[in-house]
Structure formats: structure tokens, C-alpha cells
Design a protein around this ligand. Structure first.
Ligand code: EPZ
Length: 417
């Protein structure tokens, strides 16, 4: 099995090119099924979840070709509407195929999705939206079957601004006859990207960027070329790495216009950031200041950076408080960080962290994607060697975290154990 080995403590200096956004490209790949033609997506990250989504699209009959960071999807031989269980179980995004397959075939079948174990992660909001658009839903054990002779535009109200449910609703609404208003839509940047992609294919959408999205469905769609933005969570991860290691970094391709909430919190913790439209210059001269932050739906601080901020708080000059309000079980990494010497206690959805420096290298295991990134971050601020197992989790969302960090001075490598 692959193990990440890190020799702390070394400062970072140099440039990192930020990969394309995982959480933007996956719904765009799913939405491609709405069109009978060819789609080219640029700035596609070479990550496990993209490879898995490509396998699913190919199993459904599409042709997928990824050359460097450019992906061609040809849906003209799409013929299946059932997502293979083996693949559907590998990631949360498989649930997002229901909307486009329903739009294309008036039926779809998948399994309850896999993905990071960070909470119960129900899919009730997804299914409610599809039902309100006219679908019959049948859940039997792990199997979910949806059918709709006709999808009809309507008013949808999401009781929580679920990113995935908003995406599924958008894709089904694009195929529905008439107008669909989605009240309480998620406002994450990835929603805006999906809306722009649907618009490029020929769907008219009003209110993009807001919590009321109005979709004019049923239009003929067209071939498109589309570029996804840089990954705001990967950029935030590398800023966290800088904050624990010290030094200075330039993050090329960072989507600074999508990172206001993140950058406010990092600046408060002492990270000096200079922003340009497509890059961030950041400097960290001393240990981080303690922080008091709470995750929340966009534009609040992103839950996907909560684990990394646990690692940053573990070396801060004082006591921090980090509250998780999106996923009820997203503190699993605290246990692994404590093996590295972090002083963390978790009570009722809030982590209390007393910073110390340096941490102590150790043998730890990633339990989920962003938790794995947090362990790498902590390893950069640990005396001696840290060995991080569970690389598969990390590879789902980071193209090559060892390549990126070793290029700016970290002593980090991936070894077969
Ligand atoms: C997306 O997950 C992202 N994944 C997650 O990133 C991200 O953490 C999350 O949005 C929030 O920003 C992808 O885009 C592939 P949600 P998603 O539906 O769509 C509850 C990463 O590390 N909920 O907004 O699953 C749910 O339980 C991953 O890249 C329902 O109750 O997130 C959670 O508490 C992790 N019913 C909250 O909403 C539903 O039907 C937010 O979930 C759906 C969700």
C-alpha cells in the first residue's frame, strides 16, 4: 500500500499550480449526459474521482478521452441508465447522475452513493426535488430507481442549501418542460460553474450566484467547450500547509474570487495574502494566531477546510475554537492529529485546540479525503518522520500532493509499504 512519508520541519518557498476543481468538474461531467453530442472540458484534474466518473460514463455507453487536463465526452452512444453499483459506491457524486439520466431517458437507476464518511449524508433533498419535477421514486435497500414519463417545471424549495441536491435539481430542471424555480439553492461557486456550463449548452438560467435559480428547461442543447476553475479547497489546503511550515508561496490558478470566506479566516490567523485574479502570493513569518471559526454553507468558511484548519490550530500560539455546522461527523481526523501530539478536544460539534510547536511525527491513517490533507499538513510541522496511510482517500481529490509540496521544499514522498 502507498504511504506518504514526511520529514518535518522545513519551510516552503516557490510556486504551485492549482489543479482544476474536483467539486466543479464532477457535476459538469454528469450534466454532459443531458446533451446528445460531444463536450470538451478543460482544466480537468487527474484525480481518482474524475477517473471513477469517466468509468461510469463509459459503462453507460459514452466515450471519454482524458489527454493531460482536457476531457472529451461523446454521449452519442449513451444507451444505459443504470449506474454500476461497484462504481456508484466509490463516491458521493454518483447520485448526481440521477437528474441528467432522468432528463435523457425518463428513467435512471443507481445505488445509495459512497464517498467520505463525514456524517449520515442522506439524499432526501435530492429525491424530493426529482419527485416534485414529476419523477416516481422507488428505493429498495441500496437501490434507487427513478422514472418520469414527463418532467414538468415547478417551484422547488430546498429546506437546506444542499450542494448536491441543488445540482441534481438544476440538471433535471434543464430537461423539464417549462420553468423551474429553485428556492433556497446552494450558493457554492460550484453551483455557479454548473449553471454557466448549462447556459453554454443552451439552457437559460436566471439568478445565477443567488439562492433563487430560475431554469427555463426543455431547450435543444449544443456541443460546448468549457473550462472549470481552479480548486478553491486545494488552494486553501496549500495555504494551510504554508501556515504551519512558514515561508512564502505563489498559488497559480487559485480562484481568488471564490475564496473570500477562506482568506478572511486565514488572514485573521496571520497569513499574509496578496491577491491577483488568477493567483495568490502568501507569506507566513511566524506561528499562526489562534482562531475562532465556524463552517457553514457558502459564503461562510468551507467545511472542506475544517480538517486542515484543525492542523493549523494545532500549532497556533494559543487556544482555538473550530465549530462544524455542515457535517455532523467531520472531526474523525482529530483522533489522528492527537497521535501527532495535537491537543484537541471535541464537544458537541466544536473542537477546542491548544496549539503547541512542533508536533511529533507519527504513524497515522487518513479516514477521509480532507482529513488526509490535514494529516499531511500536520506532518509538515512535526519533528522527525510522519507516515500517513490511506493515500487512496487523498488521491480522490488531490492530483499529486507529494509532487506539489516537494516542489516548494517539503521533504515528502510517496512510498510503497
Ligand atoms: C458537496 O457534497 C461536496 N462534494 C462536499 O465536498 C462538500 O463538503 C459539500 O458539498 C458541502 O459544501 C461534491 O461536490 C462532490 P451537501 P454534498 O448536500 O453535495 C445534508 C470534499 O471533501 N443533506 O451540501 O454531499 C447533508 O447531510 C467533499 O470535496 C441532507 O440532509 O453536500 C449535510 O449535512 C466532502 N439531505 C448537508 O446537507 C440531502 O438530500 C450538506 O450536504 C443532501 C444533503
Amino acid at each position: 500500500m502507498s504511504v506518504i512519508r514526511i520529514q518535518g520541519v522545513r519551510s516552503l518557498e516557490g510556486e504551485i499550480g492549482i489543479q482544476g476543481s474536483k467539486n466543479a468538474v464532477l457535476p459538469v461531467m454528469a450534466a454532459s449526459l443531458l446533451h446528445n453530442g460531444t463536450i470538451v472540458i478543460k482544466n480537468v484534474p487527474q484525480i481518482q474521482d474524475v477517473f471513477c466518473m469517466m468509468e461510469i460514463l463509459e459503462a453507460l455507453g459514452c466515450e471519454c478521452q482524458l489527454k493531460q487536463h482536457e476531457l472529451l465526452i461523446d454521449t452519442r452512444r449513451l444507451r444505459e441508465s443504470q449506474v454500476p453499483v461497484r462504481l456508484g459506491k466509490q463516491m458521493r457524486s454518483s447520485i448526481m447522475l440521477l437528474g441528467p439520466l432522468l432528463g435523457r431517458f425518463h428513467k435512471a437507476k443507481t445505488c445509495y452513493p459512497g464517498g467520505c464518511v463525514i456524517g449520515r449524508r442522506p439524499i432526501d433533498l435530492h429525491l424530493l426535488a426529482l419527485r416534485q419535477l414529476g419523477a416516481d421514486i422507488d428505493c429498495e435497500g441500496e437501490q434507487i430507481t427513478v422514472r418520469a414519463d414527463k418532467l414538468q417545471g415547478t417551484d422547488l424549495r430546498l429546506s437546506f442549501p444542499s450542494v448536491g441536491a441543488t445540482e441534481n435539481a438544476l440538471m433535471a430542471a434543464a430537461a423539464a418542460k417549462g420553468v423551474t424555480r429553485i428556492y433556497g439553492a446552494a450558493r457554492e461557486p460550484e453551483i455557479e460553474v454548473l449553471c454557466r456550463f448549462l447556459e453554454a449548452m443552451g439552457v437559460r438560467i436566471d439568478g445565477i450566484g443567488g439562492s433563487l435559480l430560475t431554469v427555463h428547461g426543455g431547450e435543444r442543447l449544443q456541443d460546448v467547450e468549457f473550462r472549470v476553475p481552479g480548486d478553491r479547497i486545494v488552494a486553501g489546503t496549500y495555504l494551510g500547509a504554508l501556515m504551519v511550515a512558514g515561508g512564502e508561496l505563489c498559488l497559480l490558478g487559485a480562484p481568488t474570487d471564490h475564496m473570500a470566506g477562506t482568506l478572511t479566516a486565514l488572514r485573521q490567523a496571520g497569513c499574509l495574502c496578496k491577491l491577483y485574479p488568477d493567483r495568490i502570493y502568501a507569506r507566513m513569518k511566524e506561528r499562526p494566531q489562534p482562531m475562532d471559526l465556524s463552517t457553514g454553507p457558502y459564503p461562510e468558511f468551507p467545511t472542506d477546510l475544517q480538517s486542515v484548519m484543525l492542523a493549523v490550530a494545532s500549532v497556533a500560539q494559543g487556544r482555538s475554537r473550530i465549530r462544524e455546522t455542515v457535517f455532523e461527523e467531520r472531526f474523525a481526523t482529530a483522533g489522528e492529529l492527537k497521535k501527532m501530539g495535537a491537543d484537541i478536544s471535541v464537544e458537541e460539534g466544536t473542537a477546542y485546540v491548544t496549539g503547541g510547536y512542533p508536533l511529533a511525527g507519527g504513524e497515522v491513517c487518513a479516514a477521509d479525503l480532507r482529513g488526509g490533507a490535514a494529516l499531511v499538513t500536520a506532518g509538515l510541522a512535526s519533528e522527525g518522520e510522519s507516515r500517513i496511510h490511506g493515500y487512496f482517500h487523498i488521491s480522490r481529490g488531490y492530483e499529486d500532493i507529494c509532487r506539489d509540496l516537494s516542489a516548494v521544499g517539503a521533504a515528502i514522498s510517496l512510498k510503497e509499504d
